[in-house]
Design a protein. Sequence first.
Lengths: 235, 235
Amino acid sequence: MATKLKAGRPAKERLLDAAERLFAQRGYHGVSIRDITEAAGADVALVNYHFGGKRALLTRVFERRAEILNRERMERLEAVQPGADGRLDLEAVVNAFMEPLILRSARGGREWKSYFALVAQVNNSPELSVLMTRHFDPVVHKFIDVLKAALPEADLRDIYWGYHFLTGALTLTFAETGRLDKLSGRLCRSTDLESVHARFAPFMAAGFSALARRRAGAAARAKPRSRKAAARVRE
Amino acid sequence: MATKLKAGRPAKERLLDAAERLFAQRGYHGVSIRDITEAAGADVALVNYHFGGKRALLTRVFERRAEILNRERMERLEAVQPGADGRLDLEAVVNAFMEPLILRSARGGREWKSYFALVAQVNNSPELSVLMTRHFDPVVHKFIDVLKAALPEADLRDIYWGYHFLTGALTLTFAETGRLDKLSGRLCRSTDLESVHARFAPFMAAGFSALARRRAGAAARAKPRSRKAAARVRE
DNA sequence: ATATTCATTGAACGTTCGTTGAATAATAGA
DNA sequence: TCTATTATTCAACGAACGTTCAATGAATAT
């Protein structure tokens, strides 16, 4: 009934904020232009005036925070330094990729949370995942490069599949469906990002290591001359 | 234009199949009743006649294969036996949970693939994830129980969060957005379930183990009476 | 002060949405 | 065969959809 928040900020920004929140909660097709304009306290026509259409509004919302995020993640990934043993720490690499998300989500207020939920929606949609490619590929390629450096002996496919598992876990985390809350009888909270922060890197780093080890074992087993070595170890 | 496949099978079944495929591809709100009836070669009114509405059709599609799947997964989880050392093998536990999905998807034809993509859609949607709770909770609780048995020393929250990461990876896998294909320059294929099969359990088992280890270390450090010991070490 | 550009409004467009009811066809039981 | 039930078709409903346009208000520059 009553329009919401006709604050001093320009309607264009209010529309972006409302669209971000609603697209994140209900998905692109689950929200109408009228839902958005009503929530923003703006007229229906303004979406087309300012952005050129519903789809263009989604694109604008999506790219609005992508730059900030990409810069931060890229810096973190470039700053990962080898440890005392001269090797890159896998957990540090994973954290460089994930912490910019977690920290902004935990401390950056509701806006960033909505944005990440939107990214989760987009990432899982075959129709929209082109936006992921367009806006996040450079930082992902950088991530994979650093993973390669941290796991020089690993098969490239293992790294890609590991990244796939990692990003799937990240996606579901930011979707915040509340399912884990019910499942665990409120022992765990989807919104508790500190819990995610503490567990994510150890879990994923161990996963990557296991794939690399598995590969190394398979390679050793396949090589004729190292079969003797394996037998020796077994004795 | 032309209606598709008015085969001998009753329209009710054709509607279920078409709805499964389209909901999986485009999401609930991305598909109209007319899209579905047209693909099934049936009249628009039949959705309401047979199922009572669009939402009820989704529910019916969702639960159609859930029973078969639940029975199979439950049997697999109950059949996991302790190894020679008397402990449950983590990879075997993960495989009991995942293999029924992978194998059906790989060998069960396009129908099961669509179904899993639909489950992925539902799992990531706050609006629809109640369907997950309603139809898949028993088998998930069983899975978590077996995980507990395999990791008796682990904190319960670690197990729940580990399950969360695992199911996120599984969800993105079945969404088959094709993003990994582009990202890897066609080195990896989203549709290549054998590759997933080979890597999933090792990756996740290692993740769970890492969380349990981390916890064991933290618990030792946090015990009150060991504070003195810690102090002693510090001196 | 006037002219010009930008932002916003209100009303309407044609289309598609989910749903419904009456009419017809197909099937099964007596 | 007649009847009763079930399945399907056809046409239409009101509501909501994304979009458009002319009119109005506000801001800026000349």
